[in-house]
Ligand binder design. Structure first.
Ligand SMILES: Nc1ncnc2c1ncn2[C@@H]1O[C@H](COP(=O)(O)OP(=O)(O)OP(=O)(O)O)[C@@H](O)[C@H]1O
Ligand SMILES: [Mg+2]
Length: 221
């Protein structure tokens, strides 16, 4: 059953027993969707499918897929896009997938730390120019004010199947797949987590040298 159909049925059912069952169906459907999405990315080795992309458009497209969930969770979303950013070179679909994984992790930790609304329930997405090993690059950062990642977990969070979620809730593949995808784009994903402040993940992407028409105006497939 499609998640949209389940949503409609949940809204229209008054029986608490069926409501509970449908809510569980919806949750499991979301989990299966995330596993399939991640496995598909594993199966695709697409270094040759990198194109010029407008970073702001990649973020816009990602948010169009997850903004409703953020709003429902009461998360304050701040997006700061540096003006006149150059095009990056990358795989649009994979970059959207990485951002969705990072945003999903941020949403989880923020919901855990602040089960209700809170002025500090903030997710901050920024794009900026940066330099890495003498190269000009574009940096996309996803930063949350949720619980930090303990130091002894930091070395493991990029490993496949590492998760602190209760059994059956997380695959532990989100960060490891994201890390692989970003490595394929050139520079490893960098995680900074500070006790009491939250977590920031930086993705550095190569700049498209030639001036070509960017992709990223279509819908995600
Ligand atoms: N922004 C974050 N804040 C705090 N902890 C995080 C954050 N991102 C990741 N983690 C930690 O890293 C672990 C691994 O993350 P990863 O995305 O790989 O798997 P998961 O979120 O547990 O499962 P899935 O992505 O399948 O839902 C998480 O279980 C969590 O402990
Ligand atoms: Mg995750």
């Amino acid at each position: 059953m499609k998640p949209g159909v389940v949503h409609l049925q949940i809204e229209s059912t008054r029986d608490p027993f069926f409501h509970d069952i449908l809510a569980r169906v919806l949750k499991e459907a979301g989990r299966v969707e995330s596993i399939v999405r991640n496995l598909l990315a594993f199966a695709r080795d697409t270094p040759n499918q990198h194109h010029p992309l407008d970073p702001a458009k990649v973020i816009e497209e990602t948010l169009s897929l997850c903004q409703t969930q953020l709003v429902t969770s009461g998360i304050h979303l701040q997006v700061d896009t540096a003006p006149d950013l150059p095009c990056i070179r990358g795989n649009r679909q994979q970059l959207i997938q990485v951002l969705l994984n990072l945003i999903s992790n941020a949403r989880n930790t923020l919901n855990e730390k602040y089960p209700e609304t809170d002025p500090a329930k903030i997710l901050h997405i920024t794009t900026s120019r940066c330099r890495h090993e003498g190269r000009d690059m574009v940096c996309l950062s996803v930063e949350d004010r949720g619980s930090d990642i303990p130091q002894h977990h930091l070395a493991h969070v990029k490993e496949p199947f590492f998760t602190t979620k209760p059994e059956g809730k997380g695959t532990g593949l989100g960060l490891s797949i994201s890390h692989d995808i970003i490595k394929q784009h050139g520079v490893a994903l960098e995680i900074t987590s500070v006790p009491g402040e939250g977590t920031r993940i930086d993705i550095r992407l190569p700049i498209e040298e030639e001036r070509t028409e960017p992709q990223g105006n279509g819908t995600a497939r």
